[in-house]
Design a protein around this ligand. Structure first.
Ligand code: GRF
Length: 248
């Protein structure tokens, strides 16, 4: 795995992962990219996690350091001014020249300036079937709403929270006896399969960062639109069919 300063092949795509917590999606992506399968799905593209960037000290950051992945902490507790934080976050991420930015449990809303910096190159994984249950406590909300299906979504990040174009979804059945904890665990297992699949699909289509059309070019009819419309990925929990058949 690439550490800071390591020379990567020119065709190796650079991913920066933004985190705030335990980092299980980071680990799943790392495993898939490194060729150790995550939930049976290897990433299958030449890519590296160029860096892990966090807004607070967290388990994901510790794990990245232990795995010789470059890290940056843009400590929100020391940056009371939101604009300062946004500038520093943008600089930290840009310093790793990412082709793709993956928000994997990053508990912070990014600013318009950050979006502009990496426009069309930021993904987020969210633990619900968007557009249902945006924001926090999605599993509690799903149980409260009495839905039969729940899951996770990977989407492009846009200015509106949890609302960018959807790239993939993973579906689980909500069991009669599910509590928040059990449901969260099943959704998380699916997240670990979904994220590498979507990252692979995006990287297969993504032009290297250097040749990304400018916003002005992208707005003209001649230039390709970005982000592209990609075939979306649907994953369904194995147990779902059996679960469905068991119900009257
Ligand atoms: C995941 O459920 C992800 O969908 C959400 O935050 C959680 C992060 O978990 N955005 P982890 O840090 O990847 O374990």
């Amino acid at each position: 795995m690439a550490g800071e300063g390591e020379v990567l092949g020119e065709d190796t795509r650079r991913i920066v992962v933004l985190v705030s917590g335990r980092g299980s999606n980071l680990m799943a992506l790392h495993a898939a990219i490194s060729g150790h399968e995550a939930g049976g799905v290897a990433c299958g593209v030449r890519a590296r996690i160029a860096a892990v960037v966090a807004n607070r000290e967290c388990a994901a950051l510790v794990w990245a350091r232990e795995h010789q992945i470059a890290t940056r902490l843009v400590d929100e507790s020391r940056l009371s001014d939101r604009a300062d934080f946004d500038v520093q976050l943008g600089e930290a991420v840009a310093s790793f020249a990412p082709d793709l930015v993956v928000m994997a449990g990053f508990l912070r809303i990014v600013s318009a300036s950050f979006l502009q910096l990496f426009d069309g190159r930021i993904l987020n994984i969210h633990p619900s079937l968007l557009p249902a249950f945006r924001g926090l406590h999605t599993h509690r909300k799903a149980l409260g709403a009495g839905v039969l299906l729940h899951g996770a979504t990977v989407h492009w990040v846009s200015a509106e929270l949890d609302a960018g174009p959807i790239l993939g979804q993973a579906v689980v059945a909500v069991g009669e006896c599910d509590d928040e904890h059990a449901l969260a665990a099943r959704v998380l297992r699916m997240e670990h399969r979904l994220l590498p699949l979507v990252v692979r699909r995006v990287l297969e289509q993504l032009p290297p960062a250097g040749v990304l059309p400018s916003p002005r070019e992208a707005a003209t009819a001649q230039a390709p639109c970005w982000p592209p419309i990609l075939p979306r990925i649907l994953l369904v929990e194995d147990a779902l069919v059996a679960h469905r058949d068991a119900r009257p």
